[in-house]
Write a protein that binds this ligand. Structure first.
Ligand SMILES: [Zn+2]
Ligand SMILES: [Zn+2]
Ligand SMILES: [Zn+2]
Length: 350
């Protein structure tokens, strides 16, 4: 639908205005005139209101003129039509969105500006993204600006080959710098997120190791069980067997290691750390069956005055919260089947 057609059945001139007749001429780039009403223009745009209020009217009393140059004539028609009706078609928006955004910014028509930024954001392509970015910056449209930046960031190799990018490099070094900075920061954010995820998965592994340690020492798993029970030969691997198996190996090693006594074995030291970690998050009183649990608890109670290192406390808290998080992200039905993890939840307050 062309702008002329679209104005046919729209309420562009209400009867009340018709009586007065148009009193402003809008002149566009090729010199064509669009008749309009000063009251409507002034009500829709404070900038136009200001222009219409200037003393120029004393010179040519009846017909005021306003020049809207630098955009296609049809875009000016659509713009004026919008000032009357607050509407424009999707097709018009598709064709003149860039010009309409500029006009809505210059003449301060927020309703049209919102419509344009939304439409332009939907129509972003690798080819037009640099142009739209420049316009978004000029027209102070932060949402659209950010969307362009993100698209450039994720398609930088392709964007580099567009005409828009070449033009930007030659004419707008500040914006080029802004883009490169945005890419740097986005990379940094990505790295930070990845590191956080890696750390998080380490805590989840530790919390799973704590679960395994508990079930090895209470009911036993494939090859290791509580000291007063023979490991059952028919026991099938538990659900966290990849972790549990390693832990069972370490327990067997710990029980027989010759270097353990003089403290010269790293594997045994690691095992001791796991036992201490268990004791730190264990909420069973005297009947816990994990080795050394009670001894560690006693030792920690004696040194409660603050000797416990902050790093250790942080580790304990992170393992406990990883346990809570993996518990909460479990489907509800499964959660109800896991009373042992439930008891871990209570230690969250530690
Ligand atoms: Zn197991
Ligand atoms: Zn050892
Ligand atoms: Zn315990």
């Amino acid at each position: 639908m062309s702008p002329e057609n679209s104005s046919d059945n729209s309420p562009i001139f209400s009867p009340a205005i018709d009586m007065d007749g148009p009193d402003v001429q809008i002149i566009s780039s090729d010199g064509s005139c669009i008749p309009a009403h000063a009251t409507i223009l002034a009500a829709a745009s404070p900038v136009l209101e200001g222009i219409l209020d200037t003393p120029r009217k004393h010179r040519s009393s009846k017909n005021k003129t306003i020049q809207i140059l630098g955009v296609p004539n049809d875009a000016v028609s659509v713009f004026v039509h919008f000032l009357y009706s607050s509407t424009c078609t999707d097709e018009e928006m598709k064709k003149y969105g860039i010009h309409l955004l500029a006009l809505s910014h210059v003449y301060s028509v927020p309703q049209l500006k919102r419509r344009c930024t939304r439409a332009l954001a939907e129509e972003l392509t690798i080819e037009n993204v640099v142009d739209v970015l420049q316009l978004a910056k000029l027209c102070d449209a932060p949402g659209l600006y950010l969307k362009c930046m993100k698209l450039i960031y994720s398609n930088f190799k392709a964007v580099e080959h567009t005409e828009g990018w070449q033009f930007l490099q030659n004419h707008d070094p500040h914006l080029e710098l802004d883009i490169l900075q945005f890419i740097d920061e986005a990379e940094l954010r990505k790295k930070r997120t990845r590191r956080h995820k890696e750390e998080q998965s380490l805590y989840v592994q530790l919390s799973e190791a704590m679960d395994c340690l508990e079930h090895i020492c209470t009911e036993g798993c494939t090859s290791v069980g509580p000291y007063d029970k023979e490991p059952s030969k028919t026991k099938s691997p538990c659900s966290k067997f990849s972790i549990c198996e390693g832990l069972q190996q370490s327990i067997k090693h710990y029980a027989t290691c010759k270097k353990r006594v003089d403290g010269g074995c790293t594997r045994c030291k690691r095992m001791l750390q796991l036992l201490k970690l268990h004791s730190s998050i264990c909420d069973q009183s005297d009947n816990c069956r994990v080795p050394l649990c009670r001894q560690f608890k006693l030792k920690m109670r004696l040194s409660r005055t603050g000797n416990e290192s902050t790093r250790w406390k942080l580790l304990v808290r992170k393992v406990v919260s990883a346990k809570a998080i993996s518990y909460l992200s479990m489907p509800k039905r499964k959660r109800e089947d896991e009373p042992r993890v439930n008891s871990g939840m209570r230690t969250f307050k530690l």
